[in-house]
Design a binder for this molecule. Structure first.
Ligand SMILES: *Cc1c(COP(=O)(O)O)cnc(C)c1O
Length: 817
């Protein structure tokens, strides 16, 4: 049916379907339909086609008998689907023409879609890119996530402060791209107790849950690139098993009976908004178990529906854990095997430990998940027993390897001893997985060296690297049509599925005509962003200025405040040094702070106050503009990234596991200013030293400086420009009549000890920006560098990441349809 759509698109039939949905699904008429109603009806008509292909793919005998990957993630930051799916389905142009016949503009319709923001940042976006690349390359896959009622909060600014509002992404009409699969619903238990039963003379443990909820799956189609392959992204929604207990209802306890209903609905009510930070809340653990249990059951259902024996699970299914968030899936699978399927421990463990693989995303100690043993004990009593047994057997191995070494046992134990005993989820994952990977070469090396050195000794082949990637379909072809057309004119249109082919562009890096065309596209993209900023924020931007972009979650380790200090230093020099000259710059920020992260919110406040002052200061604002774009999300990134000249990737060395924003901007022809951190290291390897601005301390320097007793005041007192910039921040320049109103940031950098070494990297950062300023003046030289960035970052396609997983970890075969 899709083939019909692609090869001989029937305009009349499609428009009839849209109109049918307009009336039968959305109860409106052609005459009365709003743009929103047209968008909904169009998307429904398209979703009908992808649902058909999804069911066909699901029932394909060859796929049922091939190995699949199950990608378990609490987050999928998918962004808008309609436009991207049109592109993947190969009908973007024809649908544009079709809706034009109705007097509608396709891009207006696409603007009606609200982003499904079912993730915080990089980790969730990675999961979305991976699903796209799995479908594009037809490696059998199912994505398993949660159907949050509210995604990541919407951000606005009130008097320069971040304000959060709930994000009801489904809208009141429901999301047109999802389809409920009630026949695949699952029941999930919580709480209760464990008993011993004797079955056939054998003692068996049995969990009797005290509360049971229903998991309702919603499928979102993941559309293969110009193929009929459509895989499900299966999102579980938690519902009460029955509307309420009839018994209590009859007893007159109506409100009490409703209680269970409210509890169940709570579990998938809202996405936890913390990026790289773990808060040990009961409801979060309930989300994790709900997600794992429903997904594991669905995987076993699929496996057994074709008659495959459980013992052969690892031949047909592999389960990738996106961070430790779904770690509880490991004891859950053990519990099902042992308690429900009568396997021995040894048999169950043999299967289990060849099924799971785990991706580590961070070394930050505050982000490594631990759960109160007492909390797991109460919520999941049988799982706690199984975790003890896994640990008991594992520690025996440790004792054999290092006899008499109590420290080793303490360090490696899944249970962290102390007044409150804690379960270390990362240790559980390493012990229970056949492969563990970091997400960039440097990060994976640090995982081996610093995070899990003993595990690496014990299991020398388990730890590996798979460098992250981004899907070139969304992050170049879709978001930057101007550049895409220019590229295809030169090298043909196969690059979206073979991104290394971009390397051919290097032959025109010095070509005058190509340089001009390339920079003309950049300029159009800057104008598109400037128009958005003018319309939505009423700020005028000069598109001849350098667009200097930092867009990512707000976190101290990402050092938006280092960027801020650079801006302050420019402002200071413009006002106080008559001979200071600079190319005009527009600084663009976009970032959400976790609602409970005080300093992050203060940094947003400070940047907004600085922007307010600078943008209305006629002494400087032909040179300097600062824009903090509210509500950073995928659809906003799609407008900002193609417009970037400079990409800020300035985390403290050793703290950013990979980054993917760095890849998106380099691919779109921005030059990176960055530290030797995460994937910056590999971007530099690809584009060459002349085409990137590397500055600052490296990991070893950071360790050495910290060990020797870092004192930020040494830098403050020794560097007059740094001192002037910090003092400017702490005065009343940006908060007239209220000096020291921005002191939270100032104090964290001085009295607070500057934990992320902002001051230590300041001088080197300023110097790198000086080079950018100098080299941007050489128009041809800059164009060459920009072209070479686009040409040389083909490695960072998520298609390559997926092939790495496939070849080194999952061992799947592609099943083309
Ligand atoms: C790519 C992306 C991120 C990750 O950005 P980093 O710079 O790698 O932290 C976060 N949020 C959104 C919306 C993205 O598209």
């Amino acid at each position: 049916m899709k083939a019909v759509l692609q090869k001989s698109f029937d305009k009349t039939l499609f428009l009839d379907n849209v109109k049918r949905h307009l009336t039968s699904t959305y109860a409106t008429t052609v005459e009365n339909a709003t743009t929103r109603a047209w968008y909904l009806a169009m998307s429904r008509a398209l979703a009908e086609l992808t649902t058909f292909d999804l069911l066909e793919t699901e029932q394909d005998e060859r796929i049922l008998n091939a190995k699949s990957v199950n990608y378990l993630s609490l987050e999928f930051l998918i962004g808008r689907l309609t436009g991207n799916n049109l592109l993947n389905m190969g009908v973007y142009e024809s649908i544009g023409e079709a809706v034009a016949e109705l007097g509608l503009d396709l891009s207006d319709l696409l603007e009606e879609e609200r982003d499904p923001s079912l993730g915080n940042g990089g980790l969730g976006r990675l999961a979305a890119c991976f699903m796209d690349s799995l479908a594009a390359q037809e490696f059998p896959a199912v994505g398993y996530g949660l159907h949050y009622e509210y995604g990541l909060f919407k951000q606005s600014f009130e008097a320069c402060h971040q304000k959060e509002a709930p994000d009801a992404w489904c809208g009141i009409e429901g999301y047109p791209w999802e389809v409920a699969r009630p026949e695949l619903a699952q029941q999930i238990g919580f709480y209760g107790y464990v008993t011993t039963e004797t079955v056939d003379g054998q003692e068996k443990r049995k969990w009797v849950p005290g509360m049971t909820v229903m998991g309702m799956p919603w499928d979102i189609p993941v559309v293969g690139y110009k193929s009929e392959t459509v895989y499900p992204l299966r999102l579980w929604e938690c519902r009460a098993l029955a509307p309420f207990s009839l018994e209590s209802f009859n007893n007159g306890n109506y409100f009490e009976a409703q209680h269970t209903l409210i509890d169940a609905g709570n579990i998938t009510k809202v996405l936890y908004p913390n990026d790289n930070h773990e808060k040990g809340k009961t409801l979060r653990l309930m989300q994790q178990y709900f997600h794992s249990a429903a997904s594991i059951r669905d995987i076993l259902r699929r496996h057994e529906s074709v008659g495959h024996p459980l013992a052969e699970l690892p031949q047909y299914e592999t389960i990738q854990l996106n961070d430790t968030h779904p770690a509880i899936a490991i004891p859950e699978l053990m519990r099902i095997f042992i308690d429900e399927r009568n396997m021995s421990w040894e048999e169950a463990w043999e299967i289990c430990s060849r099924t799971f693989a785990y991706t580590n995303h961070t070394l930050l100690p505050e982000a490594l998940e631990t759960w109160d043993e007492s909390l797991i004990q109460r919520l999941l009593p049988r799982h706690m027993e199984i975790i003890y047994e896994i640990n008991h057997r594992f520690l025996q191995e440790v004792r054999e390897k290092w006899p008499g070494d109590g420290d080793k046992q303490q360090k490696l134990s899944i249970i962290q001893d102390g007044f409150h005993r804690m379960v270390r989820m990362a240790n559980l994952c390493v012990v229970g997985s056949y492969a563990v990977n970091g997400v960039a070469a440097l990060h994976s090396a640090l995982v081996k060296q610093d995070l899990f050195p003993e595990f690496h000794e014990l299991y020398p082949n388990r730890l590996m690297n798979v460098t992250n990637g981004i899907t070139p379909r969304r992050w170049l072809q879709y978001c930057n049509p101007g550049l895409s057309h220019l590229i295809s004119e030169k090298i043909g249109d196969n690059w979206p599925v073979a991104l290394d082919e971009l390397a051919q562009l290097a032959q025109w890096a010095d070509d005058d005509e190509f340089q001009q065309a390339f920079m003309a596209v950049k300029k159009e993209n800057k104008a598109r962003l400037a128009k958005w900023v003018k319309t939505n924020m009423d700020i005028e931007l000069n598109t001849d200025a350098i667009f200097d972009v930092q867009i990512k979650r707000l976190h101290e380790y990402k050092r938006q405040h280092l960027n801020m200090l650079h801006i302050l230093s420019l402002y200071y020099r413009l006002l106080n040094r008559p001979d200071f000259d600079m190319v005009p710059r527009v600084f663009i920020f976009a970032a959400k702070a976790a609602p409970g992260y005080y300093l992050a919110k203060e940094i947003i406040y400070a940047i907004n106050k600085i922007a307010e002052k600078i943008n209305s200061d006629d002494r400087v604002n032909d040179k300097l503009k600062v824009v903090f774009i509210p509500d950073y999300r995928v659809s906003m990134a799609e407008i900002i990234i193609p417009a970037a000249d400079v990409s800020e990737q300035i985390s403290t060395a050793g703290k950013e596991a990979s980054g993917t924003g760095n890849m998106k901007m380099a691919l779109n022809g921005a030059l990176t200013i960055g530290t030797m951190d995460g994937a910056n290291v590999e971007i530099r390897e690809e584009v060459g030293d002349e085409n990137i601005y590397i500055f600052g301390l490296e990991v070893e320097d950071v360790n050495r400086l910290k060990a020797s007793g870092y004192n930020p005041f040494d830098y403050y007192n020794a560097d007059p420009l740094l001192k002037a910039s910090l003092d400017l921040l702490n005065g009343e320049e940006f908060t007239p009549g209220e000096p020291r109103k921005l002191r939270a940031t100032y104090e964290s950098l001085l009295d607070g000890g500057d934990p992320y070494l902002v001051l230590a990297d300041f001088a080197s950062y300023i110097e790198a920006h000086g080079q950018i300023d100098a080299q941007y003046r050489d128009t041809a030289g800059w164009a060459k560098k920009a072209i070479l960035n686009t040409a040389l970052v083909g490695k960072f396609s998520s298609d390559r990441s997926i092939r790495d997983y496939v070849n080194h970890i999952w061992k799947l075969k592609s099943v083309p349809r």
